[in-house]
Unconditional design. Structure first.
Length: 293
């Protein structure tokens, strides 16, 4: 049985840990509210922008000539995997990595065997996980979430777009955690390049539009912007999902610390009671020995 000093040290240590996890839960809850507002506001805009692109480009000759719509035989693949820069968020990061590995096994196994699958990691944890597996990580974007903005994400999107337009990649896919609520995050895989025609495009192709300033200028501006917004939405989704996962993980850790403290206090009281009983027995035994002397 552990000594009273050891049990007291463990109780103090777990008390300290519980205070830390409780504080981290509160911080994540505050950040989650802001992150949830950001993704909630962006989603309708991103959806409408994609719908507009599909509608406008359905009958636009300029859109079909865009380098971002050119479908090619898939030999070289770029996967953009969005994780976090920090841990302590449950299975958030490992789920994103597993989602990317599952996608490779299902769709790009032959390309992976040829060494033609590259990873662009947004988040340090993803980069570290793929590096440990010996996979090719061509770019790592860290500290994106410390000052999350469209400008930071745009740099990653432009890098992927340039690689696709130059023929270095034949397909670009994004893997990220979609935010549903604080307890639920769903792994999503979306094809970023080449652009896939939407279902509404066909029904809108017969409509005649008046373009101002011109069809070419509108489509040329709209396609790159939609691609960048698509990646930005994925990063915002992942950011909200990260804070939700961390809040849930820290809440569970706080509860577990409380349960462990109850057990340790019970052990402490039993050990203390046993020590007191032993001392009493020693005193009584000593007194009887003196009386019989």
């Amino acid at each position: 049985m552990a000594s009273l000093k050891e049990v007291r040290a463990r109780i103090a240590s777990i008390n300290s840990t519980q205070q830390i996890t409780k504080a981290m839960k509160m911080v994540s809850a505050a950040k989650l509210r802001r992150a949830q507002e950001n993704i909630t506001q962006l989603r309708p805009y991103a959806q409408k922008l994609s719908q507009m692109l599909g509608t406008v480009s359905a009958g636009a000759e300029t859109a079909s000539e865009s380098p971002y719509k050119q479908a090619r035989t898939v030999d070289r693949v770029l996967l953009i995997v969005v994780t976090s820069d920090r841990g302590l968020c449950g299975a958030f990061n490992s789920n994103a990595v597993k989602g990317a590995l599952a996608l490779i096994d299902e769709k790009y196994a032959s390309q992976a065997r040829s060494g033609n699958v590259e990873i662009m990691a947004i988040g340090k944890k993803g980069a570290e996980a793929f590096a440990r597996r010996g996979m090719k990580v061509n770019t790592t974007h860290v500290d994106t979430f410390s000052s999350l903005s469209f400008a930071n994400v745009r740099a990653a999107a432009e890098e992927a777009m340039a690689g696709f337009a130059e023929g270095r990649y034949d397909v670009v896919e994004v893997i990220y955690n979609e935010f549903r609520n604080a307890a639920v995050q769903i792994i999503r895989t979306e094809q970023m390049l080449p652009i896939v025609a939407t279902e509404t495009a066909g029904s809108s192709s017969s409509i005649n539009y008046i373009f101002e300033p011109s069809e070419e200028e509108i489509v040329t501006e709209l396609i790159p912007k939609t691609i960048k917004i698509q990646l930005y939405k994925a990063v915002l989704d992942s950011n909200a999902a990260e804070h939700g996962a961390r809040m849930t993980a820290m809440d569970k850790a706080t509860e577990n610390a409380g349960e462990l403290l109850k057990e340790l206090r019970l052990v402490y009281n039993r050990t203390r009671q046993a020590a007191i009983t032993t001392e009493i027995l020693e005193i009584v035994g000593g007194a009887e020995a003196l009386a019989n002397a």
